[in-house]
Design a protein around this ligand. Structure first.
Ligand SMILES: Cc1cc2nc3c(=O)[nH]c(=O)nc-3n(C[C@H](O)[C@H](O)[C@H](O)COP(=O)(O)OP(=O)(O)OC[C@H]3O[C@@H](n4cnc5c(N)ncnc54)[C@H](O)[C@@H]3O)c2cc1C
Length: 465
């Protein structure tokens, strides 16, 4: 941006809504991209020219008019907890920080949360629980993450064993967006239309409102079970995941040494053993504990339901938090996002261990994708070179393990591209100049010449995040 651009911006927004101080500019241009040594190397010098902190939808519209008129890139930011540099402004320009638009407008009596874009998921969960509802699924960053950031950047999490990914079962009921056009439009997308913008990394519309369908509230209890081997632990979590009579929100396991990285839990984590974490309905805790013991498992942590929940939760060590704890202990570690086969995961585990040994550490998140209970996985892997990382990804593909590659910074490479190109079509319609988060949708520039008219909804492949 030129000095003239910055001066003009200062005429539109009050001083306190414009950030140019170097340190703040840097922190508001970053997310958790450094989980990936590849992205850390490639993105660490990318910075916004300026951050604008919107306080109202009016601010967003003014910013769109300004940026569109001058062809300045705009990258949207919720809480900045994404993993792949999703909200890093790789082409500079403006970061539009939406954190102040964080109101929960209503929890309706039929179980819908209607929110501003940066309402915190943790706040939505608390508000919903007070009136008999709860989130169907949420990321392990629940306390910090924004609802629009989850819709634009996330995929699922705690609760996905019951409700599937965020894109399933109509969980995202509606998204209201503002387009990046000379005359910005405000559109409310529902039904299959939400797939245009869902998990599109803010490349094709600014989400200003989210309507999420909720689940009836359950009183959840927590249990951790140790087994002598990963194989026995996996047998147990798979049996519980498949057993429909258990109401559960979390079914996770880790091979040793991953539990050894959970520093605050070391007072009860038994060294050398595989560990499984569960959240089940409180009145099923005893049945689950007995089932664990009958398979040779040792219940090592039991927390019956209390509300409000106190202290750290087991879920703080699951999903991509597992990677965070491992990275804290050993910075040479990184991760992949995999989907093992529901029918022959054990054979895939065996082949991976035979090839990569302790370079590849299993962390399983049992999930229900498209109605099928699936061993999703966020394995922790040792990084040595880009080539070795690619070899792991290639090998997974060869033996039928799906990988959503977390070491790339563009949508099509990340494993969640839709075969119907709905996101691309939406970008052509809602951001024809390509100003929203440029560079993240590679197909856009190449496709400017051919604009299909409509986009049918086809489910995309999903593995956990
Ligand atoms: C430790 C850790 C654990 C995690 N666990 C999970 C997990 O369990 N499940 C999961 O799905 N993810 C997980 N994530 C990723 C991330 O935390 C979630 O996806 C989270 O919901 C992102 O929300 P955010 O507000 O931080 O989004 P941001 O990082 O701010 O943004 C994410 C993307 O959305 C875009 N965006 C933000 N706001 C808008 C808007 N209003 N309109 C349009 N686009 C917008 C941004 O440009 C960016 O591309 C994890 C990350 C970390 C670091």
């Amino acid at each position: 941006m030129t000095t003239a651009d910055l001066n003009s911006l200062a005429e539109i927004f009050p001083r306190e809504q414009i950030v140019t101080a170097a340190r703040q500019l840097e922190s508001l241009s970053r997310d958790f991209y450094w989980y990936s040594p590849v992205l850390k190397r490639d993105l660490e010098h990318k910075l916004a020219d300026v951050v604008v902190q919107a306080k109202s939808v009016g601010d967003i519209k003014r910013l769109v008019a300004f940026a569109h008129g001058r062809s300045i890139p705009v990258t949207l930011r919720g809480a900045g907890t994404g993993n792949y540099g999703q909200c890093i402004p790789t082409h500079g320009g403006i970061v539009l920080d939406l954190a102040a638009l964080d109101r929960i407008l209503e929890i309706t009596s039929d179980g819908t949360a209607i929110c501003e874009p940066a309402a915190r998921l943790g706040a939505i969960e608390s508000a919903a629980r007070r009136v008999g509802w709860e989130l169907r699924c949420y990321p392990s960053t629940v306390q910090k993450a924004s609802v629009a950031g989850f819709c634009a950047g996330g995929s699922g999490g705690i609760g996905s064993i019951m409700w599937g990914g965020l894109r399933e079962n109509g969980t995202v009921h509606a998204l209201t967006i503002i387009t990046m056009e000379a005359e910005p439009r405000e559109l409310r997308l529902t039904g299959p239309e939400i797939f245009k913008v869902l998990h599109a990394w803010g490349t094709n519309g600014i989400i200003i409102g989210v309507e999420l369908k909720l689940a009836p509230r359950t009183n959840w209890a927590q249990l951790a079970v140790a087994h002598d081997s990963f194989a026995k632990s996996f047998d147990f979590i798979e049996a519980i995941a498949l057993n429909e009579s258990f109401k559960k929100r979390l079914v996770t396991n880790f091979e040793w040494p991953l539990p050894g990285y959970f520093a605050p839990l070391q007072k009860w984590v038994p060294p050398g053993r595989a560990l499984a974490f569960f959240e089940v309905a409180d009145d099923q805790l005893e049945r689950l504990t007995n089932a664990a013991v009958s398979t040779g498992g040792s219940p090592v942590f039991v927390a019956p339901f209390t509300e409000p929940r106190r202290g750290p939760q087991l879920s703080d060590y699951t999903w991509n938090h597992t990677t965070l704890w491992a990275l804290k202990a050993d910075p040479s570690l990184t991760y992949l996002q995999c989907g093992f086969s529901p029918s022959h995961a054990r054979d895939q585990f065996r082949q991976i261990k035979a090839r990569f040994g302790d370079e590849f550490l299993f962390h399983i998140e049992m999930t229900k994708w498209d109605g099928v209970v699936t061993p999703g996985s966020i394995p922790v892997v040792r990084y040595s070179t880009d080539e070795r990382l690619q070899e792991m990804i290639r090998f997974c593909g060869e033996i039928g393990v799906g990988v959503a590659n977390p070491h790339v910074n563009f949508l099509e490479g990340s494993g969640r591209w839709r075969p119907d190109d709905a996101k691309l079509v939406a970008k052509q319609q809602y951001d024809p100049r390509g100003l929203l988060n440029p560079g993240k949708m590679r197909g856009f520039a190449a496709s400017l010449e051919q604009v299909p008219e409509t986009a049918a909804a086809v489910p995309e492949t999903t593995v956990p995040q």
